[in-house]
Design a protein around this ligand. Structure first.
Ligand code: JHZ
Length: 410
């Protein structure tokens, strides 16, 4: 059962007010196998709230992490763009902090181990922490040792006993998945060696609002962080941000480098982003309400387009069986009557059906077999890679419909 949460997980005051209601829907990454199609599918409310005290945004209803992450269908290594990006984080850290064979690099939420493989050519010791049991074999085959658990103070102490202190700890697209960020930060503090750095990367609340990327909202994403609330959290544990970057990957990400206060000093990037957040009102109740308005207008516009195309006799498929795609499809009420299939290269997802509306997930080979007139691109953050891969389909007159940030056809 989902628990209700009007108490802010960052500042602990009872100040969280709802601004966006996506509906009661199944968990985004729980694709349904063919033999389970007749089984009851749990659905949970998906509502986002704003903390009037510290500006942090979070879900109001929490699904137990075990239901979200024990068995996980998303693989970091499927997209070339994402794989290169993740390995680039590792090699960037080797260079920035002159890491060598004596250093231990830990990645929390290490998924299939893709990020950690970026350290291997540099002979850095690596360790993943990842709760999804089904991904262990994949990371092992990639040469990455993984502790299969949820990260927090308890796990950090166990890792410390067995592997020693870490020089760098990364958490990329994982910190938002955490129901208790305080416990997580205490774990980082317990495990990081003196002068070590914690690098946290997360979908950026400000970008999400600017792009109207309401599809970033799904049960896995319990938090929606800006830099200012995050700094306030670290402050409570004598830690601070020493560098911050806003990046274009995914739906716009914030990367923050964090150390203990008395160990490393911040550069000018932190103050610049803090100033920008103050300027845009980080994010502010009214701005949050705008995201909800944008979500509703995007729904009307996209449904109108799809239904007009179908009325003209066009056929439509989808590309990218993404978590965010499932929020979009659920919010719009799109099922197999409108989208014939969704193509995805991830073989774990192929042969399954989207949660809720049960659209079949198929191999991308199906695109050239069926040649639908349009493909709704549910991985709109990876359009360049998908357009290059589907160049033949596009050359033969096929089109991609990009839903966000603007409804566009290419
Ligand atoms: P992608 C996941 O969200 C879940 P999703 C998670 N919670 C999170 O925060 C974000 O990532 C960051 C496929 N694909 O990365 C692979 C092809 O088939 O947008 C993936 O299934 N062919 C951790 O699921 C999907 O698209 C291709 O050529 O919204 C992309 O998923 C390419 C490029 C991708 O994340």
């Amino acid at each position: 059962m989902a628990g209700d949460r009007s108490r802010c997980m960052a500042c602990h005051t009872e100040s969280v007010e709802e601004f966006l209601d996506i509906g009661t829907i199944p968990v985004a990454n729980n694709f349904v196998p063919a033999d389970k199609l007749g089984d009851p599918e749990p659905a949970y409310p998906l509502r986002v709230g704003y903390c009037h005290n510290c500006s942090h945004c979070q879900l109001l209803d929490m699904v137990p992490p075990t239901e979200l992450f024990d068995d996980y269908t998303y693989l970091s290594g499927v997209s070339v763009t994402i794989s290169e990006y993740l390995r680039g984080i590792a090699s960037g850290l080797v260079e920035r902090y002159s890491l060598g064979p004596d250093d231990l690099a830990i990645d929390v939420g290490s998924n299939d181990g893709t990020l950690l493989t970026g350290y291997l050519p540099h002979n850095i010791k690596v360790l993943g922490v990842e709760p999804a049991k089904n991904l262990l074999e994949i990371s092992k085959a990639a040469g990455v040792e993984t502790v299969c658990d949820y990260f927090g103070l308890k796990t950090a102490r166990e890792v410390l006993d067995q592997y020693g202190q870490a020089s760098v700890i990364t958490s990329v697209n994982n910190f938002a998945h955490v129901p208790d960020p305080h416990d997580f930060v205490q774990g980082v503090d317990a495990l990081l060696k003196e002068g070590g750095v914690f690098i946290v990367e997360i979908h950026y609340l400000i970008k999400m609002i600017q792009d109207g990327a309401f599809d970033t909202v799904y049960h896995e994403h319990m938090s929606y962080w800006g830099l200012i609330p995050m700094i306030a959290l670290f402050e409570q544990y004598n830690m601070h941000a020493i560098r911050a970057e806003v990046l274009d990957i995914h739906h716009g990400q914030l990367r923050v480098y964090v150390s203990r206060k008395d160990e490393l000093q911040p550069d000018e990037t932190v103050a610049a982003i803090v100033e920008h957040e103050h300027k845009v009102g980080i994010p502010g109740w009214e701005t949050c309400r705008e995201l909800a308005d944008n979500a509703r207008s995007a729904r009307t516009e996209l449904l109108k387009l799809i239904d007009e195309l179908i009325a003209e006799g066009a056929t439509i498929g989808g590309y990218g069986a993404t978590a965010k795609g499932n929020t979009l499809l659920s919010f719009l009420g799109i099922g197999p009557d409108r989208l014939k299939f969704i193509a995805d290269r991830n073989t774990i997802k192929q042969g399954t059906y989207t949660p809720g509306h049960h659209i079949p997930v198929v191999s991308p080979d199906r695109i050239m077999e069926d040649k639908p007139d349009y493909l709704l691109n549910l991985a709109w953050n990876l359009t360049d890679e998908i357009a290059a891969q589907q160049s033949e389909y596009l050359k033969q007159g096929g089109h991609l419909i990009i839903p966000i940030p603007e409804v566009t056809i290419i």
